[in-house]
Ligand binder design. Sequence first.
Ligand code: HEC
Length: 116
Amino acid sequence: MKNRSNIKILLLGVFPMLVAISAFAEEPIDADAAVKVARSESCLRCHGISKKKEGPSYKIIAAFYKSNPDAVDVIYEHITTGPKVKLTDGHAEKHKAILDKSPEQIKNLVRWILSQ
Ligand code: HEC
């Protein structure tokens, strides 16, 4: 009897917990891949990691979105649809949109930006 109840505990307790954990665990961020995309898309021309250039630094952006649960989606949309943004000289232009990378590559870049 004792053995059987151990199995029950395993099935009812531990197993669903493992399933839940694996569903929430995210892929680790690949920083090298993120920087490579940011370079090839010339993101770093306008955004420093901690230095303000034409656009805000990624540290500032990460801090701004820190407690926003939709941050990944919002940024993903921003860098794939190219909304109008204001540059430092006051004129507005369409923000750079990434069109030739996979969703996984873009998501990795977004999560890297938010981890700064
Ligand atoms: C020509 C300069 C320029 C380039 C190139 C550029 N950005 Fe931006 N970006 C800006 C400016 C300016 C803003 C600020 C927009 C604002 O505050 O209205 C901005 C804002 C952002 C934001 C914040 C969006 C938000 O909703 O707060 C993110 C994230 C971002 N850029 C990522 C990127 C990525 C990734 C790339 C490369 C694909 C990129 N940027 C390329 C100028 C640029």
